[in-house]
Design a protein around this ligand. Structure first.
Ligand code: ZN
Length: 345
């Protein structure tokens, strides 16, 4: 049963040409993994893994940026799979990288946060581990427990660089509230994508299955149009806080900006972003869950951030908020209008 499943998955993916990635959703079938706060680890692992696979496929197919990937999952449904079978899938292909996706648990609900493992330090595995950990912390906003090493079977027995991420603790009420949100699990998948891209020397790039939709501001499911705004003066000495109101409920958002107007055409109060742009870490809107307009995104670009990005007095940059509306069944990518910012002394 297991070998049939494996053969099927491998055959479907041969011959595409790209960095070979195996995604391993931990546990499954009769092994639920960690459980707490109504969450079951095997289900969380598979959900994030499927989202990551879909992102890698979209990134591979996106002509505007990103990387070239081939993807195989060790399991795509709720089935039993031994650790040896998972390793065999990666070693027999052979894969270039192996990412095992897990979530944590502890006897005390006080334990919380994100951690990512490799087998040893000073390796390609450790480099990928560090970058995925950084991106996960930036995306989920949970406590940073840091990169670690461990003698885990799937890290020790795989013959290619391998990591194992523990996005958060299902036993922590803090982490569980985040992990229960599908939009945040998408953010976790994006963090793995960005970590993989950076590990392979590619600037973090979010592929968009609908480039047309990416270029227009859209009503969200609460029938409100997100509005970009700002607080404070856009000055080199104080920085600026860019905001986005009227965002759907509790959704994550990203602020994109670019130095070059040609890369960010501005017309009619709308922006159409294309590379190169700078992506800031994901923030959560903190709104009331549901198809309403209670969400409010905020990103502080302080004076040191402006200076580090070459934005001095007189500099112009072009910014746009992006957020996802999970209540729209079709094309859930939503955008705010954009903003042209002139930095004052
Ligand atoms: Zn696990």
């Amino acid at each position: 049963m297991i070998s049939f499943h494996v053969t099927l998955v491998l055959c479907a993916s041969f011959g595409l040409g790209g960095t070979r990635i195996v995604i391993d959703p931990g546990h499954g079938g009769s092994d639920p993994g960690a459980m707490g706060n109504g969450l079951v680890e095997k289900d969380l692992n598979l959900d994030v893994a499927v989202r990551l696979r879909d992102l890698l496929v979209a990134d591979d197919e996106d002509p505007n940026g990103g990387g070239s990937w081939e993807v195989v999952m060790t399991r795509t449904s709720d089935v039993d799979l031994s650790l040896q079978a998972r390793v065999d899938i990666a070693n027999n292909w052979p894969a270039d990288r192996f990412l095992s996706i897990h979530h944590n648990a502890f006897s005390s609900p006080a334990a919380n946060g994100t951690e990512t493992y490799s087998f040893a330090e000073g390796t390609f595995s450790a480099d990928l581990r560090d970058k995925v950990q950084e991106e996960l912390v930036a995306s989920l906003g949970l406590a940073d427990r840091g990169p670690k090493t461990a003698n885990f079977f799937v890290l020790r027995e795989t013959t290619m660089p391998a990591i194992l991420s523990e996005g958060g603790f299902v036993t922590s009420p803090i982490d569980a509230a985040v992990l229960a949100n599908p939009a945040m699990r998408q953010a976790a998948a994006e963090a793995h994508l960005f970590g993989l891209q950076r590990h392979h020397g590619i600037r973090p790039y979010l592929p968009f299955p609908d480039p047309e939709g990416y270029c227009s501001a859209k009503l969200n499911s609460g029938n409100c149009l997100p509005q970009i705004g700002w607080q404070g003066a856009p000055s080199a000495s104080w920085g600026i806080t860019l905001t986005c109101s009227q965002v759907t409920g509790a959704t994550p958002g990203l602020l994109f900006w670019s130095h070059q107007p040609n890369d960010v055409p501005f017309s009619g109060g709308r922006l159409c972003l294309s590379a190169p742009f700078v992506r800031t870490p994901i923030v959560n809107s903190g709104g009331v869950p549901g198809p309403n307009c209670s969400g409010f995104l905020q990103r502080d670009l302080g004076s040191s951030y402006l200076a580090a990005n070459g934005l001095g007095p007189g500099s112009v940059f072009y910014a746009q908020w992006w957020h996802r509306d999970p209540h729209l069944a079709v094309d859930p990518i939503g955008l705010s209008a954009g903003l042209r910012v002139v930095v004052q002394p």
